[in-house]
Design a protein around this ligand. Sequence first.
Ligand code: PDD
Length: 277
Amino acid sequence: DYVIVNGNLIERSEARLDIEDRGYQFGDGVYEVIRVYNGKMFTAQEHLERIVLSAKKIGMELVYSVEDMKKQLTELIEKNEVKLGTIYMQISRGVSPRNHPYPNPVVPHTLVAYTKEVARPIPNLENGVKAILKEDIRWLLCDIKSLNLLGNVMAKQEAVAAGCYEAIQHRGDTVTEGSSSNISIIKDGKLITHHADNLILNGITRRKVLEVCGKGNIPVVEEPFTLSDLDAADEVFLSSTTSEITPIVEIAGKQVGNGQPGPVTKKIQALFDKEIE
Ligand code: PDD
């Protein structure tokens, strides 16, 4: 398999990274996961614009443009002959003797990208998954797709240890997002999902969901909802690049609705499927 390291397409075994890379030592960088369907990147523009924005929010001005990155990633997919999979890419603040302040002068950022074959999660899409509830203990810049994922990782682990797929996080009474996904609820035919602010990552899949709801005449409200709204919801689902639109059929041991994926979620799944064809 080939990978990209700083603009070079090389064999994975040839890739070398410094132990004083700030991504490795401080989690000082940003990342994206992009889906590949039919050998083509899905919503590449949105993902690449988001990584530029994430970088900017942590004071990194990227040398690569969105177009540059798209071109490099397209080459990578073609080289690896990925038909159905993902691209992982991350950009760190670069290599410098370990010291908390940003390197001054600025050093070259470290960009790496690689691909993976990943199937669509068909059983989960059809049957739904279980979730736990978890206090959101993360920092207050969750809009940045930062390499610092310890809060997310610990939340996910708690879910997995409980035999569940995802942790639905909440700050006090307000539901924010999953450990690696956004959360939406359906109540009386209407979709409710947390608005895009500093408490959630504005997921590209989340945006697609809102877009297809527009096309499918499903009313949407972007506003915070509470744990009791979640409890009273007719349907609940999570969305992410790899999980797509996955129904949540059980939360903290309690069935959502009748414990089956609901009709509105299924309609959104069908509308989403049309987008990726
Ligand atoms: N996770 N919220 C968080 C905290 C996430 O990590 C993700 C994505 C999302 C959904 O974003 P999108 O629809 O753009 O994938 C929301 C990726 C897939 C990951 O870390 O693997």
